[in-house]
Design a protein around this ligand. Sequence first.
Ligand SMILES: [Zn+2]
Length: 307
Amino acid sequence: MSEFIGVDVGGTKTAAVLIDDAGQLLDRIQVQTPKEPERFIDAAANAVERLRTDRLAGAGVGLAGLVRWPEGVFAWGPHVPGTNVPAREMLTQRLNVPIIVDNDANLTAYAEATAGAGRGHDHILLVTLGTGIGAAVVTQGSIYRGASFAGEFGHMTMVQGGPLCACGRRGCWETLASGPALARLAREAVALEPRSAFARRHPEPTSENVIEAVRDRDPTAYALVEQVGRAFGLGISNLVTAFDPDVVIVGGGLGTVGESLIEPARRTLQENLHGAPHRIAPPLVVAELGRDAGAMGGALLAKDTLE
Ligand SMILES: [Zn+2]
């Protein structure tokens, strides 16, 4: 019986899981990701070493950025230092076990499609809302990659000359629908109405403050989350127009806020979808696998690719 490891190297934390060849979770760990350039290779290698057993048959590693498939070269990413890092080759030599390296959102989508909210669906679109937007399409069990880099939907330009994005361009979808977008809108609302209950409680608001205030039924916070929800739904409607998935899975920290975000997104999707009166928009559902989803996807894809 063989086992597989999946590793998800995030900006601050690296999560890893060990599964058996039936896909059952055997063990999991989480460690800090070093900040120095290319040290993410060390983080991934250490995580594999810590979970390794003598039944290990392969490992799948997810990186946040553009990854060449199947070479596993990390070309570039706005949140991870390092360019053109031959991650697959380096890890294979160092660990002496077959390795695949992929984009982290691709792996999250693969896990949700195989073992999460996408079960029973043939065409899934996954979008995670957090520091940025991660996204991927899985069609009939295969990740849609284009020539390599497909699925960077968070960087579709939604507003020409809009807010500055972490990628260096302006008006990307993730500048309108993400944790930082919510925080920026909240700061603007506080500047505009400094005497609102929200402004008095949170003179320098973070996205967490807004989410907290939504739970306390604060009207300003509701309006802010609604605005982000609509921007989110607008991007989703474009993607559904392009890919026609039969389910849209929403994950990430901000994605789990719930109906106050999902409801305006769903409404915008249904209003804005091409041919809207003559078709039914796919359901928007919340991701099921939580923080281990990316690591789980790495292990599952390694199992399905390397076995
Ligand atoms: Zn961007």
